[in-house]
Write a protein that binds this ligand. Sequence first.
Ligand code: HEC
Length: 124
Amino acid sequence: MKKIVSLFLFLASLTMLFASNEAEELAVEKCGGCHLMGVVSKEKLKNMKAPPYWAIAKKAKEAYANKEDKINYIVDYTLNPTEEKMLFPVETKKLFGVMPSQEGKVTEDEIKLIAEYILENKTF
Ligand code: HEC
């Protein structure tokens, strides 16, 4: 019985590991070109096209108390970004412009996974 339980726990932890890897891969693939996902290099910092993802996490945390609202904000903004909804200040818009909608490039379920990754991975 003990063996079965530990096998189960082992499998469960493997699944979780794969789940977080999947989220990271998705985040890098779908948002990394602009939001500095994954490994940060000098080259990437020089060519920044948008605020890094940890700045998004900070804004979401300042604006919303519970996790669901934070995730909904990221999902909604990614599909329908507008100047009025921006949590980033005017300077961000002047520097980078308003984010182009990612509709058609990423599904709602994928954004939810990415959103959790963004909120949980504090690089800084
Ligand atoms: C082509 C570049 C580009 C891609 C790709 C991109 N973004 Fe953005 N994003 C931006 C820019 C520029 C801003 C800053 C201006 C703004 O807030 O609209 C931004 C801002 C944001 C914000 C904060 C909005 C605010 O001001 O409150 C969120 C949330 C966000 N992006 C999520 C995502 C997610 C999730 C993905 C991947 C599915 C993604 N972005 C992909 C360019 C991009």
